[in-house]
Design a protein around this ligand. Structure first.
Ligand SMILES: *Cc1c(COP(=O)(O)O)cnc(C)c1O
Ligand SMILES: [Zn+2]
Length: 410
């Protein structure tokens, strides 16, 4: 039925699109592949759909459906997601050292992070395959998204979280949407290993970003950005890197857009990690001669990952897009977040890596002050209210219920 198939990025072996597997026999990562590039004229169709009121056209993922995933409409589970804003604010451009800076806020998705874009495709596939249950390991946002989409589809959701390391907003969402939450005595990387073993059971579907359909949905972050820039590719796209799913999806999306003739040039990519969770940065410095897992620690809990599963895809993206990898300290993350918060945009700590990284790369001369740069804000400020309250000095003041005591505070 579908022209698409699964293909191993290492040995090129092909599998049927609907075969439930997350890696090749050779253990290589799988990606969705198509025999031909996307049609050039699809771009005009995507633009026309911006005026449409239909359910799928309203979704920032399914608006691009011909280039995302061929599923019958009745299998599609959509909230609808995407259609997130592209901000530009002079104060933030100035902070970064640029004349113009765009920030695409993926925290404006239905559950407050970009994970919804990959979850609509992965859960739709689970529904199509009539899966009994869906599972993931998560630092919190994947679990919130899974819980919401599985809730909509009435499929059981099981999530494995690193105990004590999930931000309050994310845990609250996951529980409220009704997923079964298991807190593992260990870190994310251990939770990930556990879920990989668990989902060898053919009735439990795994929706971590090892699942190639997650990345097909996440490609639309790039296409929506290009659409908002009237298909004039920026010079740079800058994104935080944890498990490196976005990095992999962005590379695929940009190459597909270029090969289809939707854009005339390829942007470069910069992946930003936290200093205490920087295995990809270290590997890049060693010219990608392998990846040494580390024990990760950072305030940016969404990217507190020491053994990124998409390493081999992401490494290729850096090569194809002439990319760079940078890392920033927790203090640099906090400073960037404070700037984003104070102009009323706001984001969770991991997202602030984008701005912190841009600032660092401009200072080092890698990014030119005149370049057009788009930073991705991956998650909403309310995801981590404890961090928001601890990090800002602004405090409520208790007063008597009189106008005089209010005036005293002005
Ligand atoms: C998942 C997540 C990331 C990391 O994205 P990867 O695709 O795993 O690299 C970054 N920020 C936020 C807010 C996230 O939820
Ligand atoms: Zn293979």
């Amino acid at each position: 039925m579908s022209k698409e198939f699964l293909r191993c990025i290492e040995c090129s072996k092909q599998y049927d699109l609907y075969e439930v597997r997350y890696s090749c026999e050779c253990e290589g990562l799988l990606e969705v592949n198509r025999p031909e590039p996307h049609r050039t004229d699809l771009k005009e169709e995507f633009d026309q759909r911006l005026l449409s009121r239909s359910r799928l056209d309203r979704s920032g993922v399914w608006r691009f459906r011909e280039a995302v995933l061929g599923l019958p409409e009745e299998s599609i589970v959509s909230h609808p997601e995407g259609s997130t804003r592209l901000y530009s604010h002079d104060a933030l451009a100035k902070f970064a050292g640029l004349s113009i800076l765009f920030l695409k806020h993926e925290g404006e998705n239905p559950t407050g992070s970009f994970k919804d874009r990959g979850m609509t495709t992965a859960v739709s596939m689970a529904k199509h395959l009539k899966m009994k249950a869906i599972a993931c390991a998560s630092t919190g946002n994947t679990s919130a998204a899974l819980a919401a989409y599985a809730g909509q589809a009435a499929i059981r959701a099981l999530v494995i979280l690193p105990q004590g390391k999930v931000a309050t907003g994310k845990l609250a969402q996951t529980l409220a949407y009704g997923a079964r939450c298991l807190e593992v005595k260990g870190d994310f990387d251990e939770a990930m290993r556990l879920v990989q073993e668990l989902t060898q059971d053919p009735e439990i579907y795994m929706v971590n970003s090892l699942n190639p359909f997650r990345l097909e949905g996440q490609k639309t972050i790039m296409w929506e950005m290009l659409q908002d820039l009237e298909w004039q590719a920026p010079d740079w796209v800058v994104v935080p890197g944890g498990n490196l799913g976005n990095t992999s999806a962005f590379g695929k999306a940009l190459v597909e857009a270029y090969e289809a003739g939707w854009i005339a040039k390829l942007p470069r990519i910069a992946v930003i990690q936290a200093e205490g969770a920087n295995p990809f940065y270290r590997s890049w410095q060693n010219k990608f001669e392998g990846l040494t897992p580390i024990s990760a620690e950072t305030v940016a809990t969404a990217i507190r990952i020491g053994n990124p599963v998409n390493f081999h895809k992401a490494r290729r993206v850096i090569a194809t897009l002439n990319g760079v990898v940078e890392c920033v300290s927790d203090v640099e993350i906090a400073t960037a977040k404070k700037n984003i918060d104070r102009v009323g945009i706001g984001c969770e700590p991991a997202s602030a890596c984008s701005l912190a990284g841009i600032r660092k790369l401009v200072a080092s001369g890698t990014i030119d002050e005149g370049h057009r740069v788009v930073g991705i804000l991956t998650g909403n400020i309310l995801k981590d209210p404890d961090n928001a309250l601890t990090m800002c000095e602004n405090r409520p003041v208790t007063i008597e219920p009189t106008v005089a005591s209010v005036r005293d505070q002005l």
